[in-house]
Ligand binder design. Structure first.
Ligand SMILES: [Mg+2]
Length: 286
């Protein structure tokens, strides 16, 4: 009986557990930060398909240890280790994590990398109810609970109201061997935008759309893993921003380390529609 009671974690408690996870990730990764620019040992490939670094494993262990301490049953869906079932009823809640998003930035000394953790009732993006993304360099934390708004540290955040693509700051992830195929879909958008950016940690870049730092972030490569997006998608929605497929449909994606997706995220419905139109215009011309 005791186990069953502990299993019934109210959603409010999850935000506190994610903050405990963040604190332990910060504590456990700090000693490794200084050596990240040195050559790294070969630790094989993670479940998401990227080479694993010591810091990825340290961050993942920090998350797993914290979850085991506070929750009796869960399934961890992690970019590094894949699926880890814990407890007697691992199907009762799902924790999707990218322990370190932006590891390349970290290894090169670019101060833009994050930890991303989302909690959901099913292994699907649309059931995420609690989310946290922490900028590990600056210490800024973005959180959201479904129906309760989005926050940057203690401050409630809302997305941009700018509706001009030309005036806006627009992020596009172009890292792909398929760039020649994708480029034609993006030409109209890139011609209209005057301030294009890509910072290299997509979870954090989506939080920049959520708090209005940027006006949109687009990733139509079909290559981004759901572990990068799970937390930020709720933060985006709770901040009033829009996030859909490149065709404007609702994102319905399975949470799995190997599952990839494409999306357009924008600060408001007006700029979102303009971006979707610009991508579609180009598509029809092909
Ligand atoms: Mg990672």
């Amino acid at each position: 009986m005791k186990g069953e009671l502990i299993n019934m974690l109210p959603r409010d408690e999850w935000i506190q557990i994610l903050i405990h996870c963040r604190n332990k990730v910060q504590k456990n990764t700090k000693p490794l930060l200084g050596e990240m620019r040195k050559p790294q040992p070969n630790l094989g490939m993670g479940a998401g398909g990227d080479p694993v670094k010591k810091i990825d494993l340290a961050a993942e262990k920090a998350i797993m240890d914290t979850l085991e301490k506070y929750a009796s049953s869960f399934t961890l869906i992690s970019e590094e280790s894949g699926l880890i079932e814990h407890g007697r009823e691992p199907g009762q809640c799902y924790v999707t994590a990218d322990p370190v998003d932006g590891t390349t930035n970290l290894t090169r000394g670019i101060p833009f990398y994050a930890t991303s953790i989302a909690v959901s009732s099913e292994p699907s993006l649309e059931t995420v109810h609690t989310a946290l993304v922490t900028d590990l360099f600056h210490g800024t934390t973005y959180t959201a609970q479904r129906g309760a708004g989005a926050f940057r540290d203690d401050e409630r955040i809302t997305s941009s109201t700018n509706f001009s693509v030309e005036e806006g700051v627009i992020g596009i992830d172009l890292n792909s061997y398929r760039i020649q195929k994708l480029a034609s879909k993006l030409t109209a958008l890139m011609s209209e935008a005057k301030h294009l950016r890509h910072f290299g940690a997509n979870a954090l870049e989506l939080c920049y759309v959520a708090d209005g730092t940027t006006d949109a972030f687009i990733d139509i490569r079909e290559k981004l893993r759901t572990t990068d997006v799970a937390a930020a998608s709720l933060i985006i929605g709770e901040a009033g921003a829009k996030m859909t497929t490149p065709e404007g449909k609702q994102l319905k994606v399975r949470l799995d380390p190997k599952q990839t997706m494409a999306f357009v995220a924008s600060g408001n419905a007006n700029i979102h529609k303009r971006i979707l139109d610009l991508i579609a215009t180009q598509r029809e011309k092909e």
